[in-house]
Design a protein around this ligand. Structure first.
Ligand code: TYD
Ligand code: MG
Length: 455
């Protein structure tokens, strides 16, 4: 009888071991090892993809010719941006995101807008009817978009060889199944095997391939970490399910920068590109309200103006609450302590609620100043002028600290029609403030701002 080879794989990180372990030595998770068959002995089974190049030889680096890859530019400006300028030939792109966030919608929409390319959309999750129904809702139509609902890579590659698509989309890699591996779809070794089959095909035929990947509860891509190492680009599709805005973020890119970001809005006709995000992140209102401050932050390389809302009220029921949505709770605690100690505000007996408008999650320290002023504005019940915005970090001593790329932040504020921006004094060295139409106010300490705006 043929010998069957098995090994134990950590379902969290993909670490393998010849015997079962209670705790994974690589990621530290407990009870994650599952026995999986590594290889079936039957080599006469269906061969999935035969390598075209039989041998490869070493070459001197000077002999290797390099031409700037012609990129396929899609009509989706946001996608082009996150990919570093368009789709690169033969690249393998992984798109991760929570269920229901819109991964399938995004990929189908891209398939439909690339009307001059033959796109094969492989779905292991939904039926043809479901996909058609989704396509019906969208504005774009293409007769070059083909749907294949299957999850066995044997048949998939047979169809691919016959059809020779220009672009392949796999929805999702966790539903694919290779006959070379016995375990069920979604297991670590299956995911790894299927990825490597698609990768081989992509590299040898220069066909760009997009793979959708599920993510686990803690937000990392399901399946082995190795998946992220294998692919060229990892995109993360995220957003709050209760709001319609979605962010496409690059977390790895062999062909471009990882600090790029695309913003979409989910509408009834699919995803709309948001070209001027700041406008939607600041709510329009007629009269100023207390507790609202506008800060300038950078998401990747993109400056965004964002609205911070605070509500400070006397805690009537026992322990005061601190609650923040979209902003790090620890950082909020720290800023409150600074206000208490350095500003003399008695916040220890107050409930403090903080909210970042638009459902965004932010972690740029340059928002500190806006957070602090919005809290004080609510505490004193004095509204801030609508034409003012902030961009600086706040230190533990109540000092206003410099932030990076201040020029692009100021320009964005100016573009959106703000009249005054408060920045750190230490940011203005070497900065020619006369260049801007917006008034740039340098401050060194928090008291100066409160003096000017909130007394
Ligand atoms: P979907 O692409 O199926 O998510 P994923 O593949 O990431 O699991 O998107 C699902 C959600 O998107 C669903 O709740 C309905 C919504 N949606 C719209 O709001 N408008 C649309 O035009 C489409 C196609 C979907
Ligand atoms: Mg889907």
């Amino acid at each position: 009888m043929a010998k069957i080879k098995t090994a134990y794989f950590c379902q969290n990180c993909g670490h393998n071991s010849p015997k079962w372990l209670g705790k994974c030595p690589s990621c530290g998770e407990w009870n994650t090892f599952v026995e999986e068959l590594i290889e079936k002995e039957d080599k006469n089974g269906p061969v999935v993809w035969k390598s075209l190049s039989l041998t490869s030889k070493p070459k001197a680096i000077t002999e290797i010719k390099y031409e700037q890859e012609p990129r396929v530019r899609t009509t989706d400006v946001e996608l082009n941006r996150v990919l570093g300028g368009g789709i690169v030939g033969g690249s393998l792109v992984l798109i991760g995101g929570e269920p229901g966030i819109g991964k399938s919608t995004l990929m189908l929409q891209i398939a439909l807008t690339l009307s001059d390319k033959k796109v094969l959309y492989i779905s292991g999750e939904e039926s043809e009817q479901q996909i058609k129904m989704r396509a019906e809702r969208m504005d774009s139509k293409s007769d070059q978009c083909f749907i294949l609902t299957d999850n066995s890579t044997t048949n998939i590659f047979r169809q691919i060889e016959e059809m020779q698509p220009d672009i392949i989309i796999v929805d999702s890699i966790q539903t694919m199944q290779s006959p070379l591996i016995e375990t069920g779809a979604g297991s670590v070794s299956q995911v790894r095997q299927c990825t490597s089959e698609f990768m081989k095909y992509a590299k040898e035929t220069d066909t760009p391939t997009f793979m959708i990947g599920h993510i686990t509860k803690d937000g990392s891509l399901a399946g082995p970490k190795v998946l992220e190492h294998m692919v060229d680009t990892v995109l993360q599709f995220e957003g709050d399910r209760h709001t319609s805005y979605r962010i496409l973020r690059t977390t790895k890119n062999r062909f471009g920068s990882t600090s790029e970001l695309g913003i979409y809005e989910m509408q009834s006709t699919g995803l709309r590109q948001v070209t001027n995000p700041s406008e939607i992140l600041i709510s329009q209102r007629d009269e100023p309200l207390s507790g609202i401050a506008i800060g300038s932050m950078l998401e990747g390389n993109r400056p965004l103006m964002i609205e911070i809302q605070s509500l400070v009220s006397v805690a009537n029921y026992g322990t005061p609450q601190r609650s923040s949505t979209g902003f790090d709770a620890k950082r909020l605690q720290m800023l409150l302590a600074v206000l208490e100690k350095r500003g003399g505000f008695r916040l220890g007996i107050q409930d403090v609620f903080l909210n970042i408008a638009g459902g965004l999650k932010v972690d740029d320290p340059a928002l500190d100043l806006a957070v602090v002023t919005s809290i004080v504005s609510s505490y004193e019940d004095i509204p801030l002028p609508g034409s003012v915005c902030f961009s600086a970090e706040v230190g533990l001593g109540g000092e206003v600290r410099a932030v990076n790329r201040i020029e692009s932040r100021i320009s964005e504020a100016q573009k959106l029609g703000f009249k005054t921006i408060y920045v750190s004094k230490y940011n203005t060295k070497g900065l020619d403030v006369s260049e801007y139409d917006i008034e740039v106010k340098p401050v060194a300490r928090l008291d100066e701002i409160f003096e000017q705006l909130l007394r």
